[in-house]
Unconditional design. Sequence first.
Length: 133
Amino acid sequence: MTCTQTQMDALALKNQGHALLVVREILPSGSAALRTHIDATVKGNVARFFNHRCGGGNLELLTSRSPGSLIPRVCLFANRDIHKGEELTFAYGLPNDGAVGARKKEEIKQASPQQRCYCGSNECLGFLPRQNI
């Protein structure tokens, strides 16, 4: 039995995981958020290759809306000079529902199972941010 190119492409995508970015805009009450899911697994622009860095990175994520539109545009801006060849990074979100400094690093790690972080920064918490709002 041989695989078609389509089957091989589908298998390759399945093994790569997802390039999903969930943008949460916290409402003034602080108890709810507008969520926009951006899935660049199959189709997207160069931003899908930007990586997470605990404590921030060299990019800042901001949202913008056209008048009358509920769907935001996600914009990434340099927050400092970026050197040639430097990896482009931004913080995916605040750790542990935004409770920065509320618990010790080890307590936060053990609070819930999360995807490990390999950013290598001095501020690395060892896992990717997770927010339940």
